[in-house]
Ligand binder design. Structure first.
Ligand SMILES: Cc1cc2nc3c(=O)[nH]c(=O)nc-3n(C[C@H](O)[C@H](O)[C@H](O)COP(=O)(O)OP(=O)(O)OC[C@H]3O[C@@H](n4cnc5c(N)ncnc54)[C@H](O)[C@@H]3O)c2cc1C
Length: 405
């Protein structure tokens, strides 16, 4: 495909946020030209195609957050979207189990959040939990989320990219954003395939969104810290577990804790970990190595270990999970009869583009947007941004219109 030299809307990043936003802009402006730049040779090469594929029901997030606002509807809309396109959905549901009585106050908080967010979450007894999934191990009580489901994220990304093209959007894969030239009038955006003159730029560059935003004068106080999610697969039959089984999370950190996911095909994984990655695209070996990022990420990680109690707890908890046996043993607390020796196969890792506020050192929990009449920057599109993507994209397209006015 030849890259168009002009675009009314130029979206940087062909992940789920970029593609759904491009489609939402197209829906609002049928005569406008929309171009998506994606540096990889296909859409979904990063977080959008490398996540757990869980459609979250929306009970983890405080009611005032964007995450709470979009999860419930996002979950329902992806299910319908997949059904319409014959893409698989595993509507298995999720149990949140208690490891000790100390989990009870956080469980009560999750029930309160579910009620405020209008999400179906039931308290069930230990016996009911056993009925739902005999594998689940809980202390006295558990939470049952019937609407949690799983999908195939890469299949969705492939279908989305095709739909975007059919809607007349130029999806330029293998084309990287390289920088922006200032001045009044349309932005002159440099790419690996030449300049594009763009009326409005949407930055949905995931792990690189903070850097792109800084080119436009935004994200001054924000930095992305990459966190790696590793998955462990077991040599167990497909019916070993019926539903997702999660621990009660530590609501002070933006990760849900190691859990069991039942994939759309019925395979079972333990994970993901939340280990700081050494550079933004450190999936394995030295791929994507950047000495500058290594130095930067190590320095910021070390400073946070010293400064932030929550981060220190996270580092102490996550570090040992690099060992397969430690990860499996931690997960074993959630179920009956897990044979650690059977869990030996690492799956495909993903990396979270977690935003850090450089002033306080805190990890930001909600999605963040910044913009002006010529650009909008999506920062911190972390989990459950996949679940939220369809209604979140409509919100972003509306924000673009508000900024342009
Ligand atoms: C391990 C893990 C598990 C997760 N589990 C879940 C889950 O179960 N449910 C859920 O809802 N969410 C989950 N998430 C979160 C979810 O995957 C992300 O929130 C979502 O995919 C973010 O989408 P995105 O489009 O912002 O980012 P990405 O998918 O990373 O897309 C950004 C795109 O921008 C491109 N790009 C970057 N720089 C440039 C450039 N210079 N030029 C051109 N293109 C560029 C990248 O190549 C990339 O394709 C998980 C994430 C991870 C990492």
């Amino acid at each position: 495909m030849t890259l168009p030299s002009t675009a009314d809307f130029l979206v940087i990043g062909g992940g789920v946020v970029g593609l759904t936003t491009a489609l939402a802009l197209r829906g609002r402006h049928p005569d406008a030209s929309v171009v998506v730049l994606e540096k990889e040779d296909h859409c979904g090469a990063h977080a959008s195609g490398r996540n757990s594929g869980v459609l979250h029901a929306g009970f983890y997030y405080s009611a005032d957050s964007l995450k709470a606002r979009f999860s419930r509807d996002g979950c329902a809309r992806w299910k319908a979207w997949c059904e319409e396109r014959d893409l698989p959905v595993n509507a298995c549901g999720k149990l949140v189990v208690a490891r000790t009585e100390d989990d009870f106050p956080q469980m009560d908080e999750l029930l309160r959040r579910a009620e405020r967010n209008g999400v179906d979450l039931e308290e069930v007894s230990e016996a009911d939990a056993h009925e739902i999934d005999p594998r689940a191990h809980t202390v006295e009580r558990a939470l049952w989320s019937p609407s949690t489901a799983s999908v195939d994220p890469q299949a969705i990304m492939t279908a989305l990219a095709q739909e975007a093209r059919e809607a007349g959007i130029a999806v330029a894969t293998g084309t990287a954003y390289r920088g922006v030239h200032g001045g009044s009038g349309p932005h002159r955006v440099g790419t690996s395939a030449g300049l594009v003159s763009a009326g409005f730029v949407v930055n949905a560059a995931g792990l690189h969104a903070d850097r792109v935003a800084r080119d436009f004068g935004f994200a001054e106080h924000y930095r992305i810290l990459p966190f790696k999610g590793l998955y462990l697969y077991g040599d167990v039959p497909a019916d070993w577990m019926r539903v997702h089984i999660y621990p009660v999370p530590d609501l002070e950190v933006p990760f849900l804790g190691v859990h069991f996911t039942v994939t759309v095909e019925g395979a079972i994984s333990i994970g993901p970990t939340a280990l700081p990655a050494l550079w933004r695209e450190q999936y394995g070996g030295l791929g994507g190595f950047s000495a500058k990022e290594l130095a930067e990420v190590t320095a910021r990680g070390a400073a946070m270990v010293l400064r932030d109690r929550g981060f220190r707890r996270l580092a102490i908890r996550e570090g040992p999970k690099l060992l397969r046996s430690v990860l499996a043993r931690r997960a074993a607390a959630l179920v009956h009869d897990l044979d650690v020796s059977k869990w030996r196969r690492w799956g495909r890792p993903g990396i979270r583009a977690q935003l850090q506020d450089a002033r306080s050192g805190a990890l930001v929990t909600d999605f963040v947007t910044q913009g002006d009449p010529r650009s909008l920057h999506v920062l911190n599109a972390v989990s459950p941004a996949f679940t939220c993507a369809l209604p979140f994209a409509e919100y972003l397209a509306e924000e673009v219109d508000d900024l342009v006015e």
